[in-house]
Design a protein. Structure first.
Length: 209
């Protein structure tokens, strides 16, 4: 079963409080999401492999460590996932970025893919799928389905806030995909919103209603 990592770092929790605040404006909201994504990227990359590298300091030669060249792919789920990408790229600037767009069918309420553009070397990359919210879990499951269909083997999922219902759905559908979240909230309400949540992440990132 997939592991669930909840980040309790004080800086993440502090910034998340202001992300939740309904009085936080679009500009500040966007900056805070970017900052939390950077802090989460620091944690999610903890298991990246290293290799020895010989370097010459001003004093002498020594053997130190560098990343072993594992290729990373970031895949934001459109549209709100875009708000987390730049924050991660600050730490992993060589990562390639793909995009998956989904909409909810008004009759079945199931997510339907309308756009997918991924790096050409999908099978060689470790992917991090990002979306600020893991609510019902439908979009996350479908985005990971899309990656797997195109050959992805190693996938992680990262979000700011998750509902227990969404975590359970994602774990059942993709038991090998670890889930990284800043906060595990109480529940979903009757409209599928996370409680207490932060409202609609896309609207708050882009100033729409």
């Amino acid at each position: 079963m997939a592991k669930v990592f909840v980040f309790d770092h004080p800086l993440i929790q502090h910034k998340l409080t202001y992300i939740r605040d309904k009085n936080t404006g679009t500009k500040e909201f966007r900056e805070l999401v970017d900052e939390v994504a950077t802090l989460m990227a620091f944690e999610i990359t903890r298991d990246m492999p290293l290799e020895d590298f010989e370097v010459e300091t001003p004093v002498q030669k020594t053997t130190s460590k560098v990343l072993s060249g594992k290729k990373i792919g970031l895949v934001p789920i459109l549209r709100a996932g875009i708000g987390m990408v730049d924050g991660i790229l600050k730490l992993i600037p060589a990562a390639k970025v793909g995009h998956i767009g989904l909409y909810r069918d008004p009759e079945t309420l199931m997510p339907v893919e309308y756009y997918a553009k991924l790096p050409s070397d999908v099978e060689e990359r470790d992917f991090i799928v990002v979306d600020p919210m893991l609510a019902t879990g439908g979009s996350a499951v479908e985005a990971i389905n899309s990656l797997k269909k195109r050959g992805a083997k190693q996938i992680k999922f990262m979000c700011l806030i998750a509902a227990p219902e969404g975590v359970e759905v994602l774990q059942k559908a993709h038991p090998e995909v670890d889930i990284y979240i800043a906060a595990l909230d109480e529940k979903l309400n009757d409209h599928g919103y996370i409680v207490p949540g932060l409202g609609d992440a896309g609207d708050r990132l882009f100033g729409t209603k």
